[in-house]
Design a protein around this ligand. Structure first.
Ligand SMILES: [Zn+2]
Length: 162
C-alpha cells in the first residue's frame, strides 16, 4: 500500500464531494456514489489532479487536515461509507485489530446461521451425511443440534427450542 499524501481542499472540491454520496437509512451510512477503486472497494475523489480516498477526503473536510501517515478507518465496516462520524483515525495496528474483530464477529454470525439451518435440515428429513457434508460437521454435532442438546441459546433465540 502506498502511503497517502497530504492534500488540501477548496470549496469546489467540497461541493463535488457532497454531490456524490447518498444516505442509506438502515445503517446510517453515507454511501459514496462517485469513482471507486475496484481493487480495494474504496471510493475516491479527484483533488488537484490526484486521486484521494473519499473517506479520507470526508474526514479531512469535517475534522481537519490529515497527515500522510494518518489512517482513516471505518467503524461501520463499509469501505464506501463517507459519513464523518462513522470514521475514525487510527494506525496500522488498529486497522489489523479491527479487521480481526470484525472477521470473528462475522464468523460467529455464520455459525449461528449454520446451527439454525442444520436444525431445520434435520426437521425436514435431510439425511445426516448430506448435512455433515454441507456444513462440514460430524454426525454428533448434527444430532446434538437437531435434538436441542447444544447451542441451546442460539436455538432458543430462533424460537426452535424452549
Ligand atoms: Zn458508515
Amino acid at each position: 500500500m502506498t502511503k497517502p499524501k497530504p492534500f488540501s481542499i477548496n470549496p469546489s472540491h467540497a461541493r463535488s464531494f457532497n454531490a456524490k454520496w447518498m444516505p442509506v437509512t438502515e445503517s446510517g451510512c453515507w454511501v459514496w456514489m462517485g469513482d471507486v477503486n475496484i481493487t480495494t472497494n474504496y471510493g475516491r475523489i479527484c483533488v488537484n489532479s490526484r486521486k484521494v480516498g473519499a473517506h479520507r477526503f470526508s474526514f479531512q473536510l469535517h475534522f481537519g487536515e490529515l497527515r500522510g501517515d494518518d489512517l482513516v478507518l471505518h467503524k461501520c465496516d463499509n469501505t464506501l461509507c463517507v459519513r464523518p462520524d462513522h470514521l475514525y483515525l487510527g494506525n496500522a495496528a488498529d486497522n489489523v485489530r479491527d479487521r480481526t474483530a470484525r472477521t470473528k464477529l462475522r464468523q460467529s454470525k455464520l455459525d449461528e446461521m449454520a446451527i439454525i439451518a442444520i436444525f431445520h435440515a434435520r426437521k425436514n428429513g435431510s439425511p445426516y451425511h448430506d448435512i455433515q457434508e454441507r456444513y462440514g460437521v460430524d454426525s454428533m454435532t448434527v444430532w446434538s443440534i437437531a435434538n436441542g442438546k447444544r447451542w441451546i441459546p442460539v436455538l432458543r433465540s430462533a424460537g426452535l427450542v424452549k
